[in-house]
Design a protein around this ligand. Structure first.
Ligand code: AMP
Ligand code: GLY
Length: 436
């Protein structure tokens, strides 16, 4: 199989690593790629959000399969263009990717499919927004309807801050606050059939103890030893199957990965968000544990033959990723500094996320610069291996969280309730759009 991966982040580096290990893959290409990817795949310069350029490259390469990593190319219609060129593509169509591209669309699909999620109102005017805020009460959750594009999600105890965010957006979704530990579950879909990967957890806030601004994700681990055994089956039954069924009914068969972001509330798992792609950095740890050859699995999604495949199998043991972020991430990450100490150890390795190569040196070139994956027979050893390698990395001004995947302070406390409000309004503001 000749495979072309689209994207340039940590998720795409992890995808390329796994694809490279699949004996079915005879040629691996990536566009635009990054210095880590360059070591294992042939990279090509394209604008990843340009459907014509991507389809043209895939045709020239004689690709058998195109795997689209990030959401922006999907929402731009890259998968549609690739399929129109007669090439199998892992990634939903532009219209199906609206499950991530529009929060209002996602809510509408969930309502029609009876999927458990926060009650929500779509608001355009300030009066509508004010009424919705008062209906649901604090803490307030206000989401820009479109792809984050500089605004994103605000979670705050301050009604004025919530209203200000609503005013700054053309259209917002205001919803009730969901209380409980968050879990990411990814389902591979071929348009009709869906199969689950293992649950993972990511750490969205910038600093230890879940403090500071929201980020694209500062670390992740899988599996979740504390998660209820029936969780995956329940989410497939209550969320994934009804959602892809509803999309198919609307003429939008979903081919690719459906990312289900969940809050495990006292009333059961509820959807916080859908994404139309693998989570980053959750994909890095999941793909590390995935035993089933990846290209075959993704090709089955792209060709509607997932039902003929054995379900994805995972190696025993644990994987933990710790993100090394640039100085001033997420606000205004500092770029262009030399990075050293990238060599793998016996049980840990470096994933490139925001780097570029200049004259043989690897320089920082993004907010989340690297992800360090540690593996081991259990979470504690995987975590130790990851942090040992993190300590060898030299990048001026960089920082990382020191509490990723800790087992003693795990964020696994059973949910209090999803309706009662904390006595004091929370004043923290979560911005989720920043520097994905
Ligand atoms: P989203 O962009 O929808 O994924 O939201 C980003 C983050 O904001 C989530 O991972 C949650 O931490 C938080 N969040 C979003 N919606 C809610 C909600 N209804 N209740 C509580 N927290 C939320
Ligand atoms: N790690 C969260 C995301 O990929 O959206």
């Amino acid at each position: 199989m000749r495979v072309l991966v689209i994207g340039s982040g940590g998720r795409e580096h992890a995808l390329c690593r796994s694809l490279k290990l699949d004996p079915q893959v005879v040629e691996l290409h990536c566009a635009p790629g990054n210095p880590g990817i360059e070591e294992i795949a042939t990279v090509h310069a394209v604008t990843p959000t340009d459907p014509g350029q991507v389809a043209g490259l895939a045709t020239r390469l004689g690709a058998d399969l195109v795997v689209v990593g990030p959401e922006a190319p999907l929402v731009a219609g890259v998968a549609d263009a690739v399929r129109a060129a007669g090439i199998a593509c892992f990634g939903p169509s532009r219209d199906a990717a609206m499950i991530e591209g529009s929060k209002a669309f996602a809510k509408d699909v969930m309502a029609a499919a009876g999927v458990p999620t926060a009650r929500a109102r779509v608001c355009v005017t300030e009066e509508e927004a004010a009424a919705a805020l008062d209906e649901f009460g604090a803490p307030y959750v206000v989401k820009d309807d479109g792809l984050a594009a500089g605004k994103g999600v605000v979670v705050t105890g301050d009604r004025e801050v919530a209203l200000e965010h609503a005013r700054a957006c053309e259209r917002v979704v205001i919803e009730e606050f969901l209380d409980g530990p968050e879990v990411s579950l990814f389902a591979l879909c071929d348009g009709g059939t869906a199969v689950a990967l293992q649950p993972a957890q990511d750490f969205k806030r910038a600093y230890d103890g879940d403090e500071g601004p929201n980020t694209g994700g500062m670390g992740a681990y899988t599996p979740l030893p504390w998660a209820p055994e029936e969780l995956t089956e329940q989410v497939m039954r209550e969320v994934v199957h009804p959602t892809i069924g509803e999309l198919a009914r609307r003429g939008l068969p979903y081919q690719g990965v459906l990312y289900v972001g969940l809050a495990l509330t006292a009333k059961g798992p509820k959807v916080v968000e859908f994404n139309a792609r693998f989570g980053d950095p959750e994909a890095q740890v999941l793909l590390d544990r995935l035993e089933t050859p990846l290209a075959g699995l993704l090709a089955a999604c792209a060709t509607g033959t997932l039902g003929e495949q054995a379900p994805p199998a995972f190696r025993p043991g644990s994987a933990v990723i710790v993100v090394v972020a640039a100085e001033n991430y997420p606000e205004a990450p500092v770029k262009g500094d030399v990075i050293e100490g990238l060599e793998p150890t016996e049980h840990a390795y470096v994933i490139h996320a925001g780097t570029r190569r200049v004259d043989g040196e690897v320089l920082s070139d993004g907010g989340r610069v690297l992800g360090v994956v540690g593996t081991g027979p259990d979470q504690e050893s995987a975590r130790r291996h990851a942090y040992e390698l993190v300590s060898r990395i030299e990048l001026r001004g960089s920082f990382h969280r020191t509490d990723i995947a800790r087992t003693d302070t795990a964020r696994t406390d059973t949910a209090r309730t999803d309706t009662a409000r904390p006595d004091a309004p929370r004043t923290d503001i979560a911005r989720t759009d920043i520097a994905r």
